[in-house]
Design a protein around this ligand. Structure first.
Ligand code: FMN
Length: 356
């Protein structure tokens, strides 16, 4: 097991108690306790995505990680506001020909919705006391974030622009995740903005590092040690890596998704609103090619996923990923498919060797 020596910027290593400046990104639906535990064993901050979990399930997952690895853990939550209406009639109309083709209807039982951070989840944080709590789509109301801070957790959150980074710093975040345009999964945007105006990491990261006093974590398109070293030189104190960890055997990604991460489609990922209603980057599949990537009939986040649930299940039972998201950042093909602990150690050692 490598020590934590050699890194010039130790701010996040010391704040979180890490050996290497890597955050294994939370990935709702794709990352669970196995991935987090092995990333922690490699010296990184392991993350448990909680947006799709009940508090009971999140508590159980934390227990598994704590039993298997000793090191800091990050619990991740979404902070979106649920829209008043979940009317998805127009969206079901767009999907009707696919329902007929697969012999399924609109779902009788809605699938688990991505839920915003709540009183219940805050109580769970107070109970299980993670070292770090991260938020996507902004921060919760101060009453809740104050309780998270009082539990002893460090608070971090994603910014996709300088304006968002300044707000997160003012609200007292301990570190800010600069999420570039390249990133896989949902963009954590929380201020109204033209999505096309979102910056790539090379422009966003140094400007956020100059604008705020707290440490910055770089996210988006980092697939190998070159990306880590470049991010650290551009002002990051650590990196947050998602897609590369998706390829690990411990992730929950299915076989078809794994194959797509190695295929030609991973070279032309797109932002789509079809699968949740929010903009997220993924690999093109049948639904994206035929009705997207952006379709105005898709209801706002997070409601677009309901009408797709049965269709997606019917297709995936046949190994067909035509109707489910295959989230991926732009650098999927750079990353080696290794166990999470080995990947973490390799990325860190190679990045350290590249740095002056
Ligand atoms: C499959 C997948 C699911 C994701 N789910 C979440 C999530 O639940 N919470 C979150 O904060 N970020 C989520 N993200 C975004 C990551 O935190 C991070 O910004 C991104 O993975 C970095 O870009 P990269 O994928 O190119 O490494 C997800 C990313 C992926 C690829």
């Amino acid at each position: 097991m490598a020590g934590s020596g050699g890194w010039r910027d130790r701010r996040l290593l010391d704040l979180f108690g890490l050996r290497v400046p890597i955050v294994q990104a939370p990935m709702a639906g794709s990352g669970g306790p196995d991935l987090a535990a092995e990333a922690i064993a490699g010296g990184a901050l392991g993350s448990l995505p909680c947006a799709l979990l009940t508090p009971e399930r999140a508590r159980a997952d934390v227990g598994v990680v704590r039993q298997r690895a000793s090191g800091p853990i990050n619990l991740n939550f979404f902070c979106h506001r649920l829209p008043a209406s979940n009317d998805d009639a127009a969206w079901r109309g767009v999907l009707a020909p696919y329902y007929a083709e697969y012999g399924v209807g609109a779902p009788a039982m809605p699938p688990p919705l991505r839920r915003p951070f709540s009183e219940e989840m805050c109580a769970l944080v107070e109970e299980v006391r993670p070292e770090v709590v991260s938020f996507h789509f902004g921060l919760p109301d101060p009453a809740l974030s104050d309780r998270v801070r009082a539990s002893g957790a460090r608070i971090i959150a994603s910014a996709t622009s300088l304006a968002e980074a300044r707000i997160l710093a003012e609200r007292g975040c301990d570190a800010i995740i600069a999420q570039g345009w390249e990133a896989g999964g949902h963009a954590g945007r929380f201020l109204p903005a033209d999505p096309a105006a979102q910056m790539g990491l090379f422009a966003l990261l140094p400007q956020i590092a100059d604008a705020v006093d707290v440490p910055v974590i770089a996210a988006g398109g980092i697939g190998d040690a070159r990306g880590i070293a470049a991010a650290l030189l551009l002002g990051a104190s650590a990196v947050q890596i998602g897609t590369a960890y998706l390829k690990c055997p411990e992730s929950l990604a299915g076989q078809a998704h794994r194959a797509a991460l190695e295929g030609e489609g991973a070279e032309r990922t797109v932002f789509t609103n079809l699968f949740s209603g929010g903009l997220a980057r993924g690999i093109p599949n049948r639904l994206i090619e035929e009705v997207g990537p952006i379709n105005a009939a898709a209801p706002p986040f997070p409601y677009a996923s309901n009408a797709l649930a049965d269709l997606r299940r019917a297709a995936e039972a046949k190994g067909d990923m035509g109707f489910g998201p295959m989230w991926s950042g732009q650098a999927a093909r750079l990353a080696p498919a290794l166990p999470a602990r080995e990947l973490t150690e390799k990325l860190a050692a190679e990045a350290l060797a590249l740095l002056p």
